[in-house]
Structures are given as structure tokens and as C-alpha cells.
Write a protein that binds this ligand. Structure first.
Ligand SMILES: Nc1ncnc2c1ncn2[C@@H]1O[C@H](COP(=O)(O)OP(=O)(O)OP(=O)(O)O)[C@@H](O)[C@H]1O
Ligand SMILES: [Mg+2]
Length: 284
């Protein structure tokens, strides 16, 4: 008989055995993407899923710091042929796997010939190994960030209720819609005082999107503002592990439930197609 984790895996993986890839991004920086990517990933691990977190934020890669682990190598080493993909994957709490990207990910654009072939081949293994691949990206609409976001079918867009963050997320969403209207985009409102505040942000944003872009996005939930998040970050521990019964941890668990509960599997094209697309975008 199949155990719970196996059943869940069957549900999330489609017949082709492709991982669900979800990019976490934002218009404005510092709105909580990395915290959300890390705690959402761990929330999915707690549900029995196999999760890889890829840090593709070239500016300030710091998912490793929040996870309290220190990877020696990043994707740059793989792209330069100095390490194999399997050698740079490090394990963190709850069995989560971290693939550090950092500034090295720009080297993807320079990959050619057999080195590109080797890399793409090694990605096949990842599809079999993981139910979810979560990407922690940078903020904004710079080409380096957009290449990763537009290559992903599922996009989690983060904002706070601050007018500047909402304005920037609207700008990002306009660009996403222009380039990828078929994307499954979900909104998370972070650092809110209460659920109402988050719902109002989501409603207002969708009202503007509807009027000016004829588009609406899904509201995936909120994360409350909580000082324990900063405390956990200072201690280099994810809040979901450091303060499991805190309100923030409950928000993250709810978000993980929402994400895993929705079935986006038929749309996943897998990690190989994903990286091929990133490669193409970087060359445009
Ligand atoms: N819900 C929250 N409550 C309180 N503080 C938070 C919350 N979410 C994030 N923070 C704090 O906000 C700061 C920025 O968070 P984080 O690094 O996750 O943002 P980011 O969007 O990844 O930033 P960057 O754009 O620089 O990558 C951190 O110091 C973090 O502790
Ligand atoms: Mg970040």
C-alpha cells in the first residue's frame, strides 16, 4: 500500500513525472520573497513533498542564510563546467534541497555546445526527484529576473500593502500579462495587519488590472506582519521551524496548502524546458 507521501506525489506529478515549478517574484525589493520562498518550500516539505529551492536572485542571494546552510558552489560552477549539478545540491532542514544560483546564473547565457547538452541532460534527473521546484528570484522587471519568471508557468507575486510596493507590482503584472497572458499568476500580500488588509490590496489591484489590462489574477493569501520573522532571520532559522505555532508560521502553512491543493500539474513543462526557455530569453 502506498504511504501518504507517495499518494501526494502521485497527485502532484503528472504522467510525465514533471516537477511543478513556481517562481516567487515581486515588483519592489525587500517585500519578503526570500522568506516566502523558504517557508513555503518548508511548508510543502512538511506535507510530504520533495522540494528543491533554487536561488536565482543574482543581486542578493540569501535563501541559504535564512535556511542556515552555506553551499560552497552555485549554478555558476556548473555552467563553467567546474562542478556537476548533483554536486552543488545541498540538503537543508526537513530534507529540502537548495541549489544556489547567485551571480553565477548569468553564465547560463554563455553556455554552448556539449556543456549546454550536459547541463540540460542533468536536469532530467531533477524532474524525477522533486515534486516542487521553487525559484527565489530578484525584484522588478530587469531582463535577468524576467528571464526566469517568464520561463515559469506558475508565478507567485509578492507585495506588501505599501503604496510603493503595490504600484511596482502593478507595473510588473502589466509586463507579465504583455509577455505571458497564459501564466498562472497568484498574489501573496505580505506584512499585513489582518486578513482584511490583504484582501483589500488584492481587490484594488484586480480592479485596476481589470480596467486597464483586462486581466485578473488569483489571490493566494496573506502573511501577517510578525516580528518573529525578523528574529528568525537574525538567528538564521526559517520562522516555520523556529516558531512553528506563531501566526506567521500558520500563514505559511496555509499558503503551502493552497499551493499544493491547486492542481497545476497539466501545465508543467518541467525543469528542462524551463531552463531552455531561460536560456532563450537571455539571448533575446
Ligand atoms: N511577514 C513579515 N513580517 C515581518 N517582517 C518580515 C515579513 N516578511 C519579511 N520580513 C522581513 O523583511 C525583510 C525582507 O525580507 P526578504 O529578504 O524575504 O525580502 P525579499 O523580497 O526577498 O528582498 P530582496 O528583494 O532584497 O530579495 C527581512 O528582514 C525579513 O525579516
Ligand atoms: Mg530575496
Amino acid at each position: 500500500m502506498k504511504d501518504q507521501a507517495e499518494k501526494l506525489r502521485d497527485m502532484v506529478n503528472n504522467q510525465k513525472g514533471l516537477s511543478r515549478i513556481i517562481a516567487v517574484t515581486s515588483g519592489k525589493g525587500g517585500v519578503g520573497k526570500t522568506n516566502i520562498a523558504v517557508n513555503l518550500s518548508l511548508g510543502l516539505c512538511q506535507q510530504g513533498y520533495r522540494v528543491a529551492l533554487i536561488d536565482v536572485d543574482m543581486g542578493l542571494a540569501n535563501a541559504d542564510i535564512i535556511l542556515g546552510i552555506a553551499p560552497k558552489y552555485n549554478l555558476g560552477h556548473v555552467f563553467r563546467g567546474e562542478r556537476l549539478l548533483k554536486d552543488i545540491i545541498v540538503e537543508g532542514p526537513l530534507g529540502i534541497k537548495l541549489i544556489a544560483g547567485g551571480s553565477g546564473v548569468t553564465d547560463l547565457a554563455n553556455l554552448t555546445g556539449w556543456r549546454l547538452d550536459v547541463f540540460i541532460k542533468s536536469l532530467e534527473e531533477l524532474n524525477k526527484e522533486f515534486d516542487f521546484i521553487i525559484l527565489d528570484t530578484g525584484a522588478g522587471i530587469h531582463r535577468n529576473v524576467l528571464s526566469f519568471v517568464l520561463a515559469t508557468h506558475e508565478i507567485l507575486v509578492v507585495t506588501t500593502p505599501e503604496p510603493t510596493a503595490v504600484t511596482d507590482v502593478y507595473g510588473l503584472l502589466k509586463v507579465l500579462h504583455q509577455h505571458k497572458p497564459e501564466a498562472k499568476v497568484r498574489l501573496v500580500v505580505n506584512m499585513v495587519k489582518n486578513p482584511n488588509e490583504a484582501e483589500m490590496v488584492a481587490e484594488k489591484l484586480n480592479a485596476v488590472l481589470k480596467e486597464f489590462v483586462q486581466w485578473e489574477i488569483d489571490y493566494a493569501g496573506y502573511i501577517l506582519y510578525e516580528s518573529q520573522i525578523s528574529k528568525a532571520v537574525s538567528d538564521q532559522q526559517p520562522v516555520i521551524l523556529a516558531f512553528p505555532s506563531s501566526m506567521a508560521s500558520r500563514s505559511f502553512k496555509r499558503l503551502a496548502n493552497t499551493i499544493s491543493g491547486e492542481n497545476a500539474q497539466s501545465e508543467s513543462t518541467g525543469i528542462k524546458v524551463f531552463f531552455s526557455k531561460v536560456y532563450e530569453f537571455l539571448h533575446i
